[in-house]
Design a protein around this ligand. Structure first.
Ligand SMILES: Cc1cc2nc3c(=O)[nH]c(=O)nc-3n(C[C@H](O)[C@H](O)[C@H](O)COP(=O)(O)OP(=O)(O)OC[C@H]3O[C@@H](n4cnc5c(N)ncnc54)[C@H](O)[C@@H]3O)c2cc1C
Length: 449
């Protein structure tokens, strides 16, 4: 048996695979989830040349490939709007395609109310395509980030494996929105450790099930739903004691978020096993729905998500590490670039439960610019689920509304940083005048204090 080995150094040196193309660009966005796509659009609309690298043939990440199917938490419990801007535009465009339900207040399995927008993941792909195309972003799909060349505090080049060979991209600013923050990992950035008592949040294989009689399903009293969830968990049919579903806006199907997979999704072998186990869990859960849950008797498992949805992997160490106390007793940050009102929501890696810290009625919090600036580099930013936050703080700010709000700010900041720096001079994202950034974000509909 032979072993095939290769190293990024060999790739760079061209001894195994030659670099096919060198692309200089203002802003490289690595990872086309919702955070990355919105970042790319914001940067391009502000006048930067932008390349968006994504390993799949479509954009959206967890929002499409992971079929999460609901944007959570646009307002505080009392109705104060905390997320707007490009995130609002995504929803408006989805609605125009018939792919988003109106905002609704829904009761979570914990009994708490949440303002959410259920949407169709397939149609979100079209919306993100439209936004990227119209903004003039250059999409580089089916492109896997491989390695990064760094000199001191600057990222100089990012190497990407594509169908046409290895491309060398030379960005003035890199925004890492790969969720797992792969590019900054390759650049040798420092990452935050989990505390001893914590585990990474588990992953979930979302699945589509239908038809459902939603008149029956949604009318189930909370106590009955909780009792059925416990019954399903105790019998081994459900990996998580929940019957949480988001209704497809255009059919009587629901996307169910009720499987649970404990893993480190940056471990390639574990990730493959989790995909298979996730599909088994979904199959067992669908059988339980059919046999026991009101409104589900005629349903069938219709589709798995393209991949397991990943809640948490790496969190980069930034100039500021956002903590749970700063969210729970909201801290004012002069350099805040986004707000949020989603509670701390930690899915236990083992067992059935959730740690859920509800917020007060008009409770919202702020996310500072310094939490998206990786500490040891000058020309990089981060957005989405890998920003500089503790495990508990990330459990609140990871949702897609906030990921888009932070993505919006990161893209605009990158464009401003490039514009404020003469060509040929290294860019420092810390040179951005945060007051101007905040002003521009407000003009674009973002919610700030
Ligand atoms: C099961 C589940 C349920 C959730 N429920 C909700 C909910 O109800 N409401 C809500 O608002 N949020 C929810 N969330 C949270 C939310 O979906 C995520 O936190 C959010 O989508 C993160 O977005 P992102 O763009 O940062 O990352 P991701 O969605 O992970 O996107 C990263 C992108 O980078 C690409 N990529 C990764 N590595 C590379 C590489 N090396 N090269 C090239 N491309 C790469 C990926 O393909 C992907 O497109 C849920 C998450 C999960 C997993």
């Amino acid at each position: 048996m032979s072993t095939l080995t290769s190293s990024p150094d060999a790739l760079r040196a061209g001894t195994q695979v030659a670099v096919k193309q060198i692309l200089p660009i203002d802003v490289l966005v690595c990872g086309g989830g919702v955070a990355g796509t919105v970042a790319a659009v914001a940067a391009a609309r502000a006048g930067a040349s932008v390349l968006l690298v994504e390993r799949y043939g479509f954009l959206g990440g967890n929002a499409t490939a992971g079929a999460v199917a609901q944007f959570n938490s646009w307002t505080t419990a009392s109705g104060r709007k905390v997320v707007g801007g490009l995130a609002d535009e995504v929803v408006a465009r989805l609605a125009a395609y018939g792919g988003a339900a109106p905002h609704e207040s829904f009761v979570m399995s914990t009994g708490h109310h949440m303002d959410r927008v259920p949407y169709a993941p397939e149609l979100l792909k079209l919306v993100l395509d439209d936004m990227v195309r119209e903004a003039g972003v250059q999409p580089l799909l089916h492109a896997q980030m491989l390695d990064v060349r760094r000199a001191g505090r600057q990222v100089q080049a990012v190497f990407v494996l594509t169908k046409s060979g290895v491309m060398q991209i030379e960005p003035r600013v890199l925004i890492d929105t790969s969720g797992d923050i792969d590019a900054l990992h390759r650049a040798g950035a420092r990452f935050l450790e989990l505390d001893e008592q914590d585990s990474l949040q588990p992953a979930t294989m979302m699945f589509r099930f239908g038809p459902i009689d939603f008149a029956q399903f949604s009318a189930m009293p909370l106590a009955q739903m909780q009792a059925l969830s416990q019954q399903g968990y105790a019998s081994g049919a459900l990996a998580r004691a929940a019957l949480h579903a988001s209704r497809d806006p255009d059919s009587n199907d629901g996307w169910f978020n009720i499987s649970r997979l404990a893993l480190d999704a940056t471990d390639a072998l574990a990730l493959g096993q989790a995909e298979m186990e996730g599909r088994q869990q979904a199959w067992r859960a669908a059988e339980f729905l059919r046999q026991h849950v009101p409104g589900c008797a005629d349903g069938r498992l219709r589709a798995f998500a393209t991949q397991v949805g990943i809640r948490e992997t790496r969190r980069v160490a930034g100039d500021h590490v956002l903590t749970a106390p700063e969210l729970l007793a909201p801290q004012h940050f002069d350099d805040h670039i986004a707000l949020g009102a989603y509670p701390i929501d930690i899915h236990a890696a083992q067992g059935s439960g959730l740690v859920y810290e509800a917020l007060g009625d008009d409770h919202f919090y702020q996310i500072p610019y310094r939490s998206i600036v990786p500490e040891s580099l000058d020309n990089t930013l981060v957005a989405g689920r890998g920003i500089s936050a503790t495990h508990a703080a990330l459990a609140a700010i990871r949702v897609m509304t906030i990921s888009m709000a932070v993505g919006h700010a990161s893209g605009l900041a990158a464009a401003l940083a490039v514009q404020g720096t003469p060509c040929g001079t290294p860019v420092d994202v810390r040179s951005v005048a945060v007051g101007s950034l905040q002003q521009r974000l407000r003009e674009q509909g973002a919610c700030l204090v």
